[in-house]
Design a protein around this ligand. Structure first.
Ligand code: HEC
Ligand code: HEC
Length: 348
C-alpha cells in the first residue's frame, strides 16, 4: 500500500511528465522570428513578391498555417487547402490525376506543387490569377473546390473564440476581414521555398553527383532547360509542349484566359523541383511516371502540329532516359518536405 506521501510524490511525477510532454509538444509547433526571416537562396533571382505590405511575423504566419489546414474555409467544413495540397507531395497531390474538392466533386486540373511562389507573377496552369495574395479566393469560391464565400468565412471565424485570439495575436485587435485572412495565407504559402535539393548542394559544392546524374544534368541542359530553366526550373512562360488536347476536358489553357487563338493549349511551364514526388504529371495528370513523360517527349505521342514552338527533343534512348530520371530525382528537397514550420498544427 502506498502512503499519502508517496502517492503525492507519484502524482507530482506524473504531472510533471505530462507538463514537460505538453510544453515540448507545443514548442514543436512554435514559430520564432528566425523561422519567418525571408532567406533568398544564393542562386535565385530577386523575388517578385517581397512581403512589403505584408510584414512577416511569427504570429501572422501561425495564423496562415492554421487557416491553410482548417476545413472551416469550405462550405461544409470538409475540405482544407491541405486536403489538396499535401506536404508529403511538396504540397501537390499524389492520389489522383484531377483535383477532388467538396462533396467528392472533381475539378478539371491536376493539383500543382506549391513551392517558390514568390518568384511567380501568375498562378494556375493558365495564369488565370496574377497575384499571390488574391490566389486563395479562387479555390475558396470554386464550386467544385471549397464552394464558400469570404463573407461567410469571416462570419464563421468571428464566431470562433480561438480565431478571435489568433487574429488579436497576429494583428493587435480582433478584427477579422478578407485582407487579413489572405495576407496570413500568403505568409504561409510564400515561405514555402525549396532550394536545398541534392542538385543545389551539388552546385554549391557540398555534395557530389554520380556519373548518371552528371550525364542527366548535361542532357537536361541541352534538351529541357530552355523551358524548364534553372534555378527555378521554369522560365515562367506559357508553352505548348506538344501534348494532344484531351477531348473530354477540352481545356484550352492560356487561350481561355487571353482569348487569343495562338494561346490555345498553352500551359504554364511547371517547375521540375521535387518532380519525383509530385506525380501524376501535366495539367490534367495524364502521366503517372517520369518514364511516361520521357516517352512522350521522345516523340511517341508527340503532337508536332499542336506544339507551336519549334523544338525537337529527338529520340531519348533508354540510357538517356535513365540519366534524365537520375538527374530529376536530385531535385527532391527533403529539407523542404520535412520542414516542421509547415506541419499540420491540428496534429497537436
Ligand atoms: C479541391 C482541391 C484544392 C483546394 C481545396 C485548394 N487548391 Fe490550390 N490548387 C488546386 C488546383 C487544381 C490548382 C491548379 C488550378 C488551375 O490551374 O486551374 C491549384 C493552384 C493553387 C496555387 C497556384 C500554384 C501555382 O504555382 O500556380 C496556389 C498558390 C494554391 N493553389 C493555393 C491554395 C490555397 C491557399 C488553398 C486554400 C485556400 C487552396 N489552394 C485550396 C487545388 C486545390
Ligand atoms: C517547349 C518547352 C518545353 C521543353 C523543351 C520541355 N518541356 Fe517539359 N513541360 C513544358 C510544359 C508547357 C509543360 C506543361 C504541359 C501541360 O501540362 O500541358 C511541361 C511539363 C513537364 C513535366 C510535368 C510536370 C508536372 O508538374 O506535371 C515534366 C516532368 C517535364 N515537362 C519534363 C521535361 C523534360 C525532362 C524535358 C526535356 C527532355 C522537357 N520537359 C522539355 C514545356 C517544355
Amino acid at each position: 500500500m502506498m502512503n499519502k506521501k508517496s502517492s503525492f510524490l507519484v502524482s507530482l511525477i506524473v504531472l510533471s511528465i505530462v507538463l514537460v510532454g505538453y510544453t515540448t509538444q507545443n514548442d514543436y509547433f512554435k514559430i520564432s522570428k528566425e523561422d519567418v526571416e525571408l532567406k533568398i537562396p544564393k542562386t535565385f533571382p530577386k523575388p517578385l513578391y517581397r512581403f512589403k505590405n505584408n510584414k512577416l511575423s511569427p504570429e501572422i504566419f501561425v495564423l496562415g498555417r492554421k487557416l491553410f489546414y482548417d476545413p472551416i474555409l469550405s462550405k461544409d467544413s470538409t475540405t482544407s487547402c491541405a486536403s489538396c495540397h499535401q506536404r508529403i507531395a511538396a504540397f501537390g497531390h499524389i492520389d489522383h490525376a484531377l483535383s477532388h474538392g467538396i462533396n467528392g466533386l472533381i475539378g478539371k486540373r491536376n493539383v500543382p506543387a506549391l513551392q517558390n511562389l514568390i518568384w511567380k507573377d501568375d498562378f494556375m496552369w493558365d495564369g488565370g490569377v496574377n497575384h499571390l495574395e488574391v490566389q486563395p479566393i479562387s479555390p475558396i469560391t470554386n464550386p467544385v473546390e471549397m464552394n464558400e464565400t469570404l463573407t461567410n468565412i469571416i462570419l464563421k471565424l468571428s464566431a470562433n473564440i480561438n480565431y478571435k485570439s489568433d487574429f488579436k495575436n497576429a494583428y493587435g485587435d480582433t478584427i477579422i476581414n478578407s485582407e487579413r485572412i489572405l495576407k496570413a495565407l500568403t505568409q504561409f504559402t510564400g515561405l514555402m521555398i525549396s532550394a536545398n535539393s541534392k542538385y543545389d548542394k551539388y552546385l554549391d559544392g557540398t555534395d557530389t553527383f554520380t556519373t548518371d546524374e552528371k550525364k542527366g544534368l548535361q542532357l537536361f541542359r541541352n534538351k529541357c532547360a530552355n523551358c524548364h530553366t534553372e534555378p527555378l526550373f521554369t522560365d515562367n512562360t506559357f508553352r505548348n509542349n506538344g501534348l494532344k488536347p484531351d477531348t473530354i476536358l477540352k481545356d484550352k489553357g492560356r487561350g481561355a484566359i487571353t482569348g487569343i487563338e495562338e494561346d490555345n493549349y498553352k500551359f504554364k511551364v511547371p517547375s521540375l523541383r521535387n518532380i519525383a514526388i509530385t506525380y501524376p504529371y501535366m495539367h490534367d495528370g495524364r502521366y503517372r511516371k517520369l518514364s511516361d513523360v520521357l516517352n512522350f517527349y521522345s516523340s511517341q505521342n508527340f503532337d508536332r502540329q499542336a506544339a507551336h514552338e519549334v523544338y525537337d527533343i529527338g529520340k531519348l534512348s533508354a540510357d538517356d532516359q535513365k540519366y534524365l530520371i537520375a538527374f530529376l530525382q536530385t531535385l527532391t528537397d527533403k529539407t523542404f518536405i520535412y520542414d516542421k514550420r509547415f506541419i499540420d498544427p491540428f496534429m497537436k
